[in-house]
Design a binder for this molecule. Sequence first.
Ligand code: M6R
Length: 630
Amino acid sequence: MGTAPIFPGENVCGIIGYIGNEDAAEILLDGLKRLEYRGYDSAGIATIDGEHISIKRIKGNIALLEKVLEEKPIYGKIGLGHTRWATHGQPSEENAHPHRDCTGTIVIVHNGIIENYLLLKEKLKKRGHRFKSETDTEIIAHLIEEYYHSGVVHRSCDDLEKAVRRALKKIEGSYALGIMSSREPDKLIATRNGSPLIIGLKDGNYFIASDVPAILRHTKDIIYLEDGELAILARTGVRLYGQNGKLIRLERRIKRISWDVNMAEKEGYPHFMLKEIHEQPRAIEDTILGRISPDGADIHLEEMALNKNKLKKINRIIITACGTSWHAGLIGEYLIEEIARIPVEVENAAEFRYRNPIITDDTLAIAISQSGETADTLGAIREVHQKKGRVISICNVVGSSVVRESDAVIYTHAGPEIGVASTKAFTTQLTVLYILAVYFGKIKGTLNAEQAKKMIADLRRLPQKTEEMLKQEKEVIKIANKFYRHRNAIYLGRGKGYPVALEGALKLKEVSYIHAEGYPAAEMKHGPIALIDKNMPVIVLALKGSRYDKILANIEEVKARGGVVIALATMGDRKIKEKVDEVLYVPETSIPLSPILAVIPLQLLAYYIAVKRKCNPDQPRHLAKSVTVE
Ligand code: M6R
């Protein structure tokens, strides 16, 4: 593979599949309704009746799909359904799943991202395949067709299973797949690599789904597929093959789920906020996917839509956003200035839009928004455009207003964020800002090849480090249990730790209603130090780095005034234990990536304190998920 393409993938969509003795359409539609809470922009189902395939797809909500099916019902006792939440490629009927091959006999639904899809698409086009959508998913159907219909697999028998196995060998990226063919209408194939997929079993009725709620009404007996496994579902039973191609005994793998529907939507977590905190390793991984060249030497950001010569001429960057996204921007300033040596200004969008900002030819504006609907951020984009400037947005929602009004967009692949408090959106925004800083560093020549490679290698290890960070959860809970009765808290940080302190304080105040403020640690002696006493917990970001000694001095200042210090320290830093009251350890990573790990214990701390205080962290009072008014 020469270049890593941008990808119109769907990594957080919903899958349902059914084979059995009942009417499939009804089961599929019900399953999709139960996945609605995840967010989606289009949906579709396909069934096979005899050898006849019927497909209905819509852009919009399931109610519309239901209406279409009421008017024109489709029949069959086998089928696949999908809700799509576009990550690239506009939400549209053509891009909605299920997708088919040229002959229309192979039907597939897919979650995940096919990284080498552009290359495969080109090859398949040359071989005469015609594509109807912009998705990466469709290439899988055509690839299976290559082996299935050309006789490559077997001249005399139509063996979908073998064709699928051959096609999978060509695919790079992540997937959960449901596949069926009208030439073998008694079988449903399910396989996964990096995207979740489950099988449900109930006396002659078998299901596949991306999430438990989709099938919980029918069965509580579930098999969680593992990467590389492939299952053949028929009315007579399920065959499950391991990565090595060997049959696996089903009994060992069946799990009885005890969740109710409410718990199942949150995958067993009590709140969306906690679920989303735990999704961060996956979300970061998805945000990185396809943006690093296979040799790990380069960053690919084709989405930038500005050619490298124009980018070279950029001498000033303005980042604008609100709330948590603004905090991400503040960290972006440190990253871009340090790595690419381009001067950056960061401004709250509500302020920026009304102060007649100066935008010159060599200025690039970056707007950051999870929802893409924040009124003030949109206002800031319009202000830049009015002054003939260019705006790149970092956004999580395809087709949102911010995306439509920007000149280019770099998507975070966090997936729908349902909890009002932003968590995985923030860490994926930081991931994009880091990628952007390295990208600019290479263009501007501030990074040589070796330095860039090292930074990319650090980035690749980040999802794993994030997993390690989450393993400290029990320690966070202990601290939350000790401190939840306090009424105030101060968060201190230096350098990139300062915006992390702001974000930690924002998380605490919005979900637990404890008054919390973030300060640059050195600023404390200019006023806030007057607040320090034994009732004031001070959370200090004290990770190893260039200003470590200075932050230790700040800790001494707090302790000398009777303050209680909770330190966030680098794993292995034993010395700090003697100086503070509590320590939360953060796995070691490179300094530019450390904010991404450091914010996670602060998210968890806010969450557990809120729960102890009997606050609902998913829906804090007076707050809305997207602030569409000024
Ligand atoms: O959707 P946006 O990122 O544009 O939203 C901006 C803020 O409203 C948002 O980040 C808010 O501060 C967080 N939800 C707080 O956790």
